[in-house]
Structures are given as structure tokens and as C-alpha cells.
Design a protein around this ligand. Structure first.
Ligand SMILES: Nc1nc2c(ncn2[C@@H]2O[C@H](COP(=O)(O)OP(=O)(O)O)[C@@H](O)[C@H]2O)c(=O)[nH]1
Ligand SMILES: [Mg+2]
Length: 246
């Protein structure tokens, strides 16, 4: 870090029952940080995991002060974890990285360029830009994503290709003004829709998401759909001046 308390970038990693992924994810992030000379801190946000997630993060933070454990209280949720990370972040910009080694981390320098040089407020990673990039994304997820994107476009009007992928980067001061409230996975479309409604500058880059090989996914459609519908409705009401969303 350039100054102990002010890195340029904060990497936020929500972690729930990811014990087997903590060290491999940390290694992958350190390799990218070293390769591109990034000035970064890494916040790993645990959510009262039932496995060794917390102790693994503590062990990491003892060996390398760039890693910090963020402990949040219940209720659990990926969105609540990201908000805890955003509140604790000391960087100028942040990148949200899934703690399961599924994200194309080589996109991080392009995230940095789009935010620091092109002055984007939010940079989305599009998994649908090239034929092979979404080959490992489950068909059921692709179907729900398509449905959500289409309905969102009609209701709110944001024409982003990959509006729901959590792996993305943003300026911290900009996102703090959006007053994000999502508790679960709906935090990602909420952030995209609010950025659109706030007329933020949005950039896009490309990359291939792969599947986790350790641990299990916590994404359950029957649990998350309500949050996505709420984003649509509240975004639409805000668009037409009927009720403020933020
Ligand atoms: N802190 C925290 N992290 C979570 C929670 N739910 C999911 N995550 C993390 O969010 C990331 C994405 O979740 P994952 O289960 O891989 O969802 P998928 O990629 O949509 O299948 C992973 O790093 C999870 O550990 C939660 O309730 N709390
Ligand atoms: Mg995942």
C-alpha cells in the first residue's frame, strides 16, 4: 500500500462456508496484485460460517496485513456482506470477487483502467460477449438472467448485457451514495439499476466465468426471486417519479 490506511483498491470477497476456498482465492488474488502492481487491500467478509472460514481468514491476515477479516452479524446474505465490505473499505474503488475461484481475475487491470482513467462509476463484466465465455454458466441461471434482464429493460430501461453478475468494480464514493439495501444476491442488479437511475457512468469488460470446484453454491432461485422482483418494481417506481428508491 502507498499509505498504510489508504490503498487505491479494495477487493471485497463475501465468504460463507468457503473454508476450502480461502487460501486458493487468496493466492490467486496475490498473484494478480503482484503481476499488475496493484495497490490493494483485501476484505474477506465472513457471515458466521459453520466451517473454518473465519479461522482461515484470521490466519491469512496474520501473515499478510493486506488481508482483513470483516465479521458481520446475522442475518446472513451476500448483499449484506458486500455492504459491510463497502462500509469498511479504505480504497478509492472496489472490486467484488466471489470467494469460489470462479471469476476471471485477469479482468482486474481493465476494471482499474476503466475506473481510474475512463472515470467510470461502475464496471460490469459481460459473460455473454464471446461464445465461450458463458459455456460454464448453468443454463437455468442463464434463463433466469435473460428473463430478469428483459423485464428490467421494459420496466426500468437499463440496457446492460450482464446486469446480474456480482463480479464487478465500482467507485466507492459513488456506490455509497446509492444507499444499497439488498441483503441477498439481488444486491448486484440493485447496484446496476440504481447506477443507471443515478445516471452513473458505466463501463463494460469481458471474461469467462468458470465453475467452482470446491464447496457448494448458495444461490437458490426459490430464495432469491423476491429480491429481484423488488429491484424491478422499486426501479420502475423511481423511474416514473412515483417513489424514491435511493
Ligand atoms: N458473507 C456471505 N457470503 C455469501 C453469502 N452467500 C453467498 N456468499 C458468497 O458469495 C459468493 C457467491 O456465492 P455462490 O454461492 O458462489 O453463488 P453463485 O456463484 O451464484 O452460485 C461466494 O463467495 C459465497 O461464499 C452469505 O450469506 N454471506
Ligand atoms: Mg459462485
Amino acid at each position: 500500500m502507498t499509505a498504510a490506511n489508504s490503498p487505491e483498491c479494495t477487493i471485497i470477497v463475501p465468504c460463507f462456508n468457503e473454508a476450502g476456498n480461502i487460501f486458493p482465492t487468496a493466492e490467486a488474488l496475490l498473484a494478480v496484485i503482484a503481476r499488475y502492481h496493484l495497490d490493494a487491500e483485501i476484505l474477506m467478509v465472513d457471515d458466521v460460517s459453520g466451517d473454518a472460514t473465519k479461522s482461515e481468514i484470521v490466519a491469512l491476515s496474520r501473515t499478510d496485513p493486506r488481508f482483513r477479516l470483516v465479521e458481520k452479524s446475522l442475518p446472513r446474505g451476500m448483499g449484506a456482506a458486500i455492504r459491510a465490505g463497502v462500509a469498511d473499505a479504505r480504497g478509492v474503488w472496489a472490486v467484488m470477487v466471489n470467494g469460489d475461484l470462479s471469476d476471471p481475475l485477469e479482468a482486474i487491470p481493465e476494471f482499474q483502467r476503466l475506473i481510474m482513467q475512463e472515470k467510470c462509476d461502475l464496471v460490469l463484466l459481460n459473460r455473454y460477449g464471446k461464445q465461450d465465455d458463458h459455456s460454464q454458466v448453468k443454463w437455468s441461471y442463464r434463463f433466469y438472467q435473460f428473463l430478469f434482464r428483459y423485464c428490467q429493460y421494459l420496466a426500468v430501461g437499463a440496457a446492460y448485457r450482464d446486469i446480474t453478475y456480482g463480479y464487478r468494480a465500482f467507485r466507492l464514493d459513488f456506490v455509497r451514495k446509492l444507499s444499497l439495501t439488498g441483503v441477498g444476491f439481488e444486491i448486484s442488479p440493485e447496484c446496476s439499476v440504481k447506477t443507471f437511475l443515478a445516471k452513473g457512468r458505466v463501463g463494460e469488460t469481458y471474461g469467462k466465468q468458470t465453475r467452482r470446484t470446491i464447496g457448494v453454491s448458495k444461490f437458490k432461485f426459490r430464495k432469491v426471486w423476491k429480491g429481484y422482483v423488488e429491484v424491478l418494481l422499486r426501479g420502475m417506481l423511481h423511474r416514473f417519479g412515483l417513489a424514491k428508491y435511493f
